[in-house]
Write a protein that binds this ligand. Structure first.
Ligand code: 76R
Length: 258
């Protein structure tokens, strides 16, 4: 840990992207389809109940493009709960039709680049704002954008050899750009060094997906992104409630109440 810099960690996250085998799904007998959906809904009810008890958070999204069809996004206090819920989904009949497309594991992270430089981590943890960022209720907005990213370690462009003061100044500019979008966008940063293939998973939530394009474009002009950022694949989608999910699956289900 470099001097003057620390991170706090909250809930573990699993972004579980699935691609539907639509021909197999369409070929299912309607009664069979209803049973598969009912089993899926009982699992989704459990995920939602955890959200209500504040023992994690859950969101389901309809992904645009061919990279995936659905995103199951789950946050939990421990990695054991993450592997267990992943298995629960895999054991459903629905998983025969909803194949793994991509996944990302991280832990919600906030850094003290801008806040709490003088505060001890244990004092920062008392702050209700910090609590709400580390243990977030996923916002009930229309759209989501997810992508993994790194900070470069490439010759002169090495984020990790920059002095902390320089990183802090660059992150201040990043934060200022971000704040121009206050009220239109929520960011959730998942730290994934040592957990997955990239260093962070960035999840953005907004009602208008155009905001994703605008914020990511503006940030490309900040030195921290222009010079040091490397990006993985981008995923974008719409939030799905139970009724919309049934419509998407083109089926019927008796136990749709949340
Ligand atoms: O003000 C604060 O409380 C937090 C300031 C802040 C930090 C520390 C902040 C603000 N971010 C921080 C950390 Mn962010 N963020 C991204 C991306 O596309 C790109 O170019 C980058 C992807 C977006 C769009 C975005 C949005 N942020 C980070 C980190 C960890 C870096 C590290 O530790 O080195 C990453 C990888 C990252 C990436 N950021 C904001 C936003 C927005 C909209 C804000 C202001 C609003 C907010 O605080 O939520």
């Amino acid at each position: 840990m470099t001097e003057g810099f620390s991170t706090l960690e909250g809930w573990y996250t699993l972004h579980d992207f699935r691609t539907m085998d639509w021909p197999a799904w369409k070929a299912l007998d309607p009664r069979e389809k209803a049973l598969v959906q009912e089993e899926l809904f009982s699992l989704l009810h459990r995920f939602c109940a955890i959200d209500e008890k504040r023992e994690g958070s859950f969101g389901l999204f309809d992904v645009a493009g061919h990279k995936a069809d659905f995103l199951f996004l789950n946050l939990r206090p421990t990695l054991e709960e993450i592997t267990s819920l992943e298995r629960d989904l895999n054991k459903t009949q629905f998983a025969r039709y909803a194949k793994p497309a991509y996944s990302y594991v991280s832990v919600v992270e906030i850094s003290n680049y801008l806040h709490g430089q003088e505060k001890k981590p244990e004092d920062m943890l008392q702050d209700p704002y910090v609590q709400s960022r580390l243990y977030p209720v996923l916002p009930k907005v229309k759209a989501i954008c997810f992508y993994p990213m790194n900070k470069k370690r490439d010759g002169q462009d090495n984020w990790y050899t920059l002095p902390v003061e320089e990183r802090r100044a660059l992150m201040r500019d990043h934060g200022m750009t971000g704040r121009k979008f206050a009220g239109q966008l929520t960011q959730m940063i998942g730290g994934s060094i040592g957990l997955d293939d990239w260093e962070w998973g960035v999840t953005l939530f907004a009602n208008d997906p155009v905001v994703f394009k605008k914020v990511v474009t503006d940030m490309r002009f900040d030195v921290v992104s222009a010079r040091y950022a490397e990006f993985g694949a981008f995923f974008v989608g719409n939030a799905l409630d139970n009724d919309q999910l049934i419509k998407a699956l083109d089926g019927t289900c008796h136990s749709t109440s949340k």
